[in-house]
Design a protein around this ligand. Structure first.
Ligand code: HEC
Length: 184
């Protein structure tokens, strides 16, 4: 009898184990980076098998904006300045000048030679669209000539955008950004 009990326990442990394996396989099957929900910093670089956890603890983009740190944005922006000028003159370097870019029309500079794909973009650089582009430039504009891998940490991107928004005579109002969670 005891042996049977032991077997039962063993079997249920095995079953639980199989279930866990099954779930992580399912996650692997259905998980696509494109559909990753906005996660907090702590969960942004997790492996695909724990994507479920990351989705469950995902935070709204609005939270990231509420705790934005401009000083950190200034630091993150150093990465951009190899290619982009931030001054009022908006000099064209490897990339176009970025002063006043938040809320500006995409591919706005007539004296900059954008990639072909860039000319087909429509609309303005909203917080949301900037976020997505800076997270994965090639994910948004496949053939962009901005050879930059993108920024992984969500809070860094938001800090950067909030800083970029200060480089403007007419900064975009807080209400301007979309509070819907971003699906990447
Ligand atoms: C290696 C050079 C390089 C780096 C680094 C770089 N960019 Fe760019 N960026 C470009 C180029 C080139 C373009 C033009 C893209 C095109 O035409 O496809 C561009 C375009 C852009 C645009 C679109 C501008 C417009 O007029 O519509 C934005 C916004 C932008 N970059 C932001 C950034 C930010 C913010 C960073 C820093 C995190 C950054 N870039 C880092 C080269 C770079």
């Amino acid at each position: 009898m005891k042996g049977l009990e032991g077997n039962k326990i063993f079997a249920s442990v095995l079953l639980a184990f199989i279930c866990v394996l099954g779930v992580s396989h399912l996650v692997d099957m259905f998980y696509k980076p494109d559909e990753l929900y906005f996660g907090s910093d702590e969960t942004s670089e997790v492996s695909s098998s724990s994507a479920m956890v990351s989705m469950a603890t995902s935070v709204d983009i609005y939270d990231l904006f509420k705790k934005a740190d401009i000083d950190n944005g200034v630091k993150v922006a150093r990465k951009c300045q190899t290619c982009h000028d931030f001054s009022v003159e908006r000099k064209q370097k490897i990339g176009p000048g970025l002063r006043g870019i938040v809320g500006a029309k995409k591919a706005r500079d007539s004296d900059y030679n954008y990639s072909k794909d860039f000319y087909s973009l429509t609309g303005t650089w909203t917080y949301r669209e900037l976020f997505m582009y800076l997270h994965s430039p090639k994910g948004v504009v496949a053939k962009t000539k901005m050879s930059f891998v993108g920024i992984k940490k969500y809070q860094d991107i938001v800090d950067l955008i909030v800083y970029l928004n200060t480089l403007s005579d007419t900064p975009v109002a807080e209400e301007y950004f979309d509070v819907e969670p971003i699906k990447l």
